[in-house]
Design a protein around this ligand. Structure first.
Ligand code: PEP
Ligand code: MN
Length: 346
């Protein structure tokens, strides 16, 4: 069951609802969106029916939800959400470009990649300091040193930082440096991590598990929302299929399907889907035209010596095409790009 509070509801109204639910033996999870508060109830729904919740002050609507992801569902939240990362919007009116190196390797490499990203029109910088690698012998990332490099590069370029957190015990530390926390595909069902990022006070980018159904993905998002954080962006990054010609198969249909089921923004990651530089641009096109609210791509000044995912990283020659594609297709889709707005404003 979900309670949608009226926009003018006071914090004391929310507390009163929570108290009443808890006094009936239920649990109430409060999520604060930009415009209104939503409270997800866990417990005996029939008992909740006797509490007269719709009559309480500040309550706009009480709905029995048939899906298992109540807070991220579009059922009681028909408008699609916009998530702001340090002021940069990701949502239905824009196509947001996130770019940067797969992994933070050195200050010079990270700054060079960030400048490349910025020249392509990116308004958010990606870069992994903690890398969840399939092989324990592969480069695992620089850890906190990598986070410091990212925050120096943010200072230098002004680009807010999106970076991955791999362990629940590291969430607070990563959140000190990051503007947006990334949960990677291998961790999509790490429920303790999801709960921790839900409480970290930062927007979260949740990648789809490589074997996860869309429903499982939305339930993973629900774990984050249930801890009070509705600033979640879903990222389709390719799923594992029988096909071996590409690293993963970009599930383009997941974009409109997830957007129909959930109010959360959905972006695509063409770099980790195709796994090949030459596929990034076609997959960027496919993603935007399918309705993605943004794309996240790998760039690297020297992919030949990259410590992680060099074959899929875009290089200087590719960036003009990328910039043009994102801007043109955003217009085609009737959207703006954050960078266009910034340019217009300056
Ligand atoms: C990444 O974005 O660097 C990454 C590891 O992605 P994924 O979790 O999608 O493999
Ligand atoms: Mn990578």
């Amino acid at each position: 069951m979900v309670i949608v509070m009226a926009p003018e509801a006071q914090p004391s109204d929310v507390d009163a609802v929570v108290d009443r639910v808890e006094s009936a033996g239920g649990q109430a999870f409060v999520s604060r969106g930009v415009h209104r508060v939503i409270i997800g109830l866990v417990g005996d729904v029939d008992a909740f029916d006797t509490l007269n919740l719709p009559a309480m002050r500040g309550v706009h609507d009480v709905t029995r939800i048939s899906t298992s992801y109540k807070l991220v569902s579009r059922e009681h939240h028909p408008d699609r959400s916009v998530v702001h990362v340090r002021g940069v919007p990701i949502g239905p009116d824009t196509v947001t470009l996130i770019a940067g190196p797969c992994a933070v390797e050195t200050p010079e490499q990270t700054l060079a990649a960030a400048r490349m990203a910025q020249s392509a029109g990116a308004t958010l910088l990606r870069g992994g300091a903690f890398k969840p690698r399939t092989s324990p012998y592969a480069f695992q990332g620089l850890g906190e040193l990598g986070l410091k490099i990212l925050s120096d590069v943010r200072e230098e370029t002004g680009l807010p930082v999106v970076t991955e957190v791999v362990g629940a015990h590291e969430v607070d530390m990563v959140a000190e440096y990051a503007d947006m926390l990334q949960v990677g595909t291998r961790n999509m069902q790490n429920f303790t991590l999801l709960q921790s990022v839900g409480a970290a006070g930062r927007p979260v980018m949740l990648k789809r598990g490589l074997n996860a159904t869309i429903e499982e993905w939305l339930m993973a998002a629900e774990y984050i929302a249930q801890r009070g954080n509705l600033d979640i962006v879903l990222c389709e990054r390719g799923i594992r299929t029988f096909e071996t010609a590409t690293r993963n198969t970009l599930d383009v249909s997941a974009v409109p399907v997830a957007q129909q089921l959930s109010h959360l923004p959905v972006i695509v990651d063409p770099s980790h889907s195709g796994g090949r530089r030459d596929l990034v641009l076609p997959l960027v096109r496919a993603g935007i035209v399918a309705g993605a609210d943004g794309v996240i791509v790998d760039v690297h000044p020297r992919p030949d010596v990259a410590l992680c995912d060099g074959p899929q990283a875009l290089v200087h020659e590719d960036l003009a095409d990328l910039a043009r594609t994102v801007e043109d297709l955003a217009v085609y889709m009737g959207r703006g790009t954050p960078v266009r707005r910034l340019r217009r404003a300056s």
